[in-house]
Design a protein around this ligand. Structure first.
Ligand code: LLP
Length: 437
């Protein structure tokens, strides 16, 4: 029999045999708000932030902080939670900066990423008081210097470096390798060059170094290895320039459990291991321990999300397979289409029956690749009007949603113990033509 609580503790089954999320009957929520529907367990988001905040306080020197990588989920309400929790944020575009500002987020605690910030982005980020730019390349460095000089300010920056680590996650998110569009490689000498260049700029205040090895990472020791490589680089820079950074930013990337077979990462334990490696290497190299930043995205919001759909046709092709089609698809969750991502799916109104029908859960978009999840099992009774739940959709679902086929994007409803409220309304047909002249 299905026990969803073993996937995540915010899932349960009530007396009606319905799937509950943070104690709310998902069928009641589907009836009230309609489907497709993104649910976000705000209490879980807070718990996940708290795990990082408490472990940081325990392990790292003053000034260390977890930053929420808001590319994983960006809308006004999430930045309000980050502000309330005392998290910093990682932003990658003027759009994310604008959304954070709209939430009243203190942008002095924002770190502006992206491998290709335009002049407009640079100027908007300075207008809005973004605290730190994470500089990717020399052209960008000089553009930021020029704009800071024009404004008569000294802009705080970090430099993005590639430590040359292969995380063995899927290729699209394997970012720490030397052969990457991001950052300057230590191995090739480009990291040293950009550091010397940054230190010679009168309007840039170099605060430290950044690396990000990848996403959905389960590889053992990868953050320790990245930290060690970065600290050795820091010691080298001290030797050649006498410079010591205030911050070392180790990026994001801890993997989450989408299916029962995925490993469970014990984040406090992982962070303690990183802290031990940092302290040991700093002692060995005789360098001060820098304040540590990390940028978790997925591990803050993934298991706080769940998507509800309504089933339509259930088509069995004899000798081939059964397709269960729902009223959403790759327009609200492109992750199987892009990465072959795995998900756990339930028939939310039929939790206490056997899950014996092998099928593929597919969307309503006009292409065969519009698959939410192939080869899963649902109850044989599954049919039109049933509510289908896809779990662990809090990260990179809403933020990667599109209007493909002019399908309006679903709303986000935030859940708390005992209450729920709309946080992003459903797109309307008029929204789809709002930009058309
Ligand atoms: N910091 C930097 C510089 C990043 O590029 C990323 C993710 C993060 C932090 C956050 O990593 P996380 O903790 O979420 O793993 N769309 C893909 C994931 C792309 C990740 C991009 N960068 C997916 O749906 O799996």
């Amino acid at each position: 029999m299905t026990n969803p609580a073993t996937l995540c503790s915010n899932l349960s089954i009530n007396a009606r045999g319905h799937l509950c999320f943070r104690g709310h009957d998902t069928l009641d929520l589907a009836a009230e708000y309609g489907t497709p529907l993104y649910l976000l367990d705000a209490d879980r988001v807070r718990e996940n932030c708290r795990t990082y905040l408490d472990t940081f306080l325990e392990c790292f020197p003053a000034g260390s902080k977890p930053l929420f990588a808001s590319k994983a989920l960006s809308f006004t309400g999430i930045y309000r939670i980050m502000q309330e929790m005392g998290m910093g944020i990682d932003v990658v575009s003027s759009g994310e900066i604008h959304t954070a500002r709209n939430a009243g987020f203190d942008l002095s605690q924002a770190f502006f990423h992206s491998n290709n910030k335009t002049d407009d982005d640079i100027s908007f980020a300075m207008d809005t008081g973004v605290g730190y730019f994470v500089v990717d390349n020399p052209e960008e460095l000089l553009a930021i210097q020029a704009e800071a000089e024009r404004r008569g300010i000294r802009q705080k920056v970090l430099l993005r470096l590639t430590p040359g680590i292969d995380t063995h996650t899927y290729e699209a998110v394997n970012t720490g390798k030397v052969d990457s569009k991001f950052g300057q490689a230590i191995e090739t000498g480009q990291a040293e060059k950009i550091t010397v260049l940054a230190l010679s700029q009168s309007n840039l205040d170099l605060r430290g170094f950044h690396c990000h090895v990848g996403s959905q990472v389960f590889t053992e020791d990868v953050f320790e290895r990245a930290a060690e490589i970065m600290l050795r680089f820091i010691a080298h820079v001290r030797d050649i320039c006498g410079y010591s950074p205030a911050f070392l930013n180790l990026g994001g990337g801890y993997g989450v459990r989408y299916i029962e077979d995925d490993p469970q990462i014990d984040i406090p334990r992982k962070i303690r291991d990183v802290a031990a490696a940092v302290n040991k290497t700093c002692a060995e190299l005789k360098i001060p321990v820098p304040a540590i930043l990390m940028e978790p995205g997925r591990s803050i919001v993934a298991d706080a999300g769940l998507t509800l759909y309504t089933a339509g046709s259930v088509k069995t092709i004899p000798g081939y397979r059964t397709y269960v089609a729902v009223d959403g698809g790759m327009s609200d969750n492109p992750r199987y289409a892009l990465y072959g991502a795995r998900y756990t799916c339930y028939n939310a109104g039929r939790m206490n029956v056997p899950y014996e029908m092998e099928c593929s859960l597919v969307g309503r978009c006009c292409e065969s690749g519009d698959i939410i999840q192939p080869f899963l099992r649902l109850p044989a009774e599954t049919g039109r009007s049933d509510t289908i739940a896809v779990c662990t959709t809090g990260a990179y679902n809403y933020s990667m949603a599109s209007n493909y086929n002019r399908i309006p994007r679903p709303p986000i409803v935030m859940l708390h113990e005992g209450s729920h409220a709309l946080a992003v309304r459903r797109e309307r047909l008029e929204d789809l033509t709002a930009l058309d002249l």
